[in-house]
Design a protein around this ligand. Structure first.
Ligand code: HEM
Length: 419
């Protein structure tokens, strides 16, 4: 890890606030291009408390990568202490259905619960399982491309980026086709509460979606328990019956996580990725000339414009980083987009280089919560980019896209293209 002279940090740490440094996650111009601000943070204040969001911002690659693997930090603290003991407020009662659902998904568990549930769910995500899905994934991509061929202008996000991962994960879980239109709105509403400082209205919408989504999945799981099919929900209900320790709440929480995590980021890699390609025509031409580059190019697109900009960790005991003391009960904001542009790891980080190797980006995280769906996401993205390049060779941008007003799960409202 690169050392930072504490005396220098002390001076700068006092002088510079996160807002002054330009860290304004509610601001659309920051969302559109946070990378210059990250460079300032990495250079001058790699550990910086942001009063506006009550987060300690961590911007260097070495720190983000190390802290993700360090058990002194957790996705939750409830396995070691209650809210009051950590100096944190109780959950607002009106958000209870949301928190209940989220804490029953593995992303918000810590060992030993995390280890137990991840082991059960990961059986469905082995490289062999994912490989066997390739023909199905290709068929879905082909059907989606059939739907846009010859129609002229269309929104690449609505027509291709969104439906693909939703269909894949819905297929894996065994959600009946007639119900699949419900998933994306539920997921989008729940994800509103992942943003920093969400409004009360976002809270109400996320709670309603949490209640409806869990009731739906609970009903489906009970049905599959009686009449199992060849799908992940059925497999997990059998686990309940085989006496393995998985509660129905954990089953529902984990399925919601798979449906949400399973597509929100993949949609944004596709949208942000094509937007990066259109802005870098020489690189797009390089990819069109050499499609064998697609898997390596997908890694670079995920690094270059990181779809999930920040992940949080709770500080479980007092720690010191670069001479800065961070107290127990504090919350870290690990800046993935910044880590992925750290020049101490990536040569010319602000250039898109579709042949970049090695490419040790942290887009899928690190440590025990490393993305369970990474192999699946990689296959989906390779088929999606590969097929669009091959079947729509004249794909071009119609207008400059606008960003959604969301920083953590960062993506475009729409991407208007012409084939
Ligand atoms: C390009 C697409 C994706 C990206 C960038 C991504 C990124 C991530 C990251 C960064 C984490 C760790 C978060 C943390 O440590 O706080 C994570 C966890 C997770 N992801 Fe993904 N993900 C993607 C796609 C998927 C897909 C397709 C699935 C499943 C179908 C999935 C399922 C999960 C699950 C279950 C976890 C929790 C793992 C655990 O806590 O042990 N993800 N993902």
């Amino acid at each position: 890890m690169q050392a930072f002279p504490p005396e220098e940090l002390g001076v700068l740490g006092e002088r510079i606030s996160a807002v002054e440094a330009g860290f304004r996650p509610a601001d659309l111009s920051f969302i559109a291009n946070p990378y210059p601000v990250y460079a300032r943070l990495r250079d001058h204040a790699p550990v910086l408390y942001d009063e506006a969001t009550d987060h300690w911002l961590i911007s260097r690659y070495g720190d983000v990568n190390a802290l993700l693997r360090d058990r002194r930090f957790g996705r939750t603290y409830l396995h070691v202490a209650g809210h009051a003991e950590m100096g944190r407020p109780e959950d607002p009662p009106e958000l209870e259905p949301f928190w209940h659902l989220i804490r029953d998904g593995i992303l918000d568990m810590e060992p030993p619960d995390h280890t137990r549930v991840r082991r059960l769910v990961s059986k469905a995500f082995t490289p062999r399982m994912v490989e066997s899905l390739r023909p199905k994934i290709q068929a879905i991509v082909d059907r989606l491309v059939d739907g846009v061929q010859g129609i002229g202008e269309f929104d690449l996000i609505a027509r291709l980026a969104e439906p693909l991962p939703v269909e894949v994960i819905a297929e894996m879980l065994g959600i009946p086709p007639a119900d699949r239109h419900l998933l994306r709105p539920w997921s989008a509403e729940i994800c509103l509460l992942y943003e920093l400082n969400p409004s009360e209205e976002y809270g109400r919408r996320a709670v309603k979606a949490s209640v409806d989504f869990s009731a739906y999945l609970r009903g489906l799981a009970r049905e599959r328990r009686r009449t199992p099919g060849d799908d992940l929900i059925s497999a997990l209900t059998q686990v309940l019956d085989d006496g393995e320790r998985l509660t129905e709440d954990e089953l529902v929480g984990t399925c919601v996580l798979l449906l949400n995590a399973g597509h929100e980021a993949t949609v944004n890699v596709t949208g942000n990725g094509w937007w990066s390609l259109f802005r870098n025509p020489a690189q797009l031409a390089r990819l069109r000339e050499d499609p064998s580059l697609v898997p390596v190019a997908v890694e670079e697109l995920m690094r270059f414009d990181t779809p999930l900009q920040m992940f949080e960790r709770w500080v479980l005991e007092d720690v010191e980083l670069h001479g800065v003391r961070i107290p127990r009960g504090a919350e870290l904001g690990l800046l993935f987009g910044s880590a992925n542009h750290d020049p101490s790891v990536f040569d010319r980080p602000h250039e898109l280089d579709l042949g970049r190797e090695p490419n040790p980006h942290v887009t899928f995280g690190a440590g025990i919560h490393f993305c369970l769906g990474a192999p699946l996401a990689r296959v989906e993205l390779a088929h999606s980019f590969g097929t669009l390049l091959r079947r729509l060779p004249d794909l071009e941008l119609v207008e400059e896209p606008r960003w959604k007003p969301a920083y953590i799960i960062r993506g475009l409202q729409a991407l208007r293209v012409r084939a």
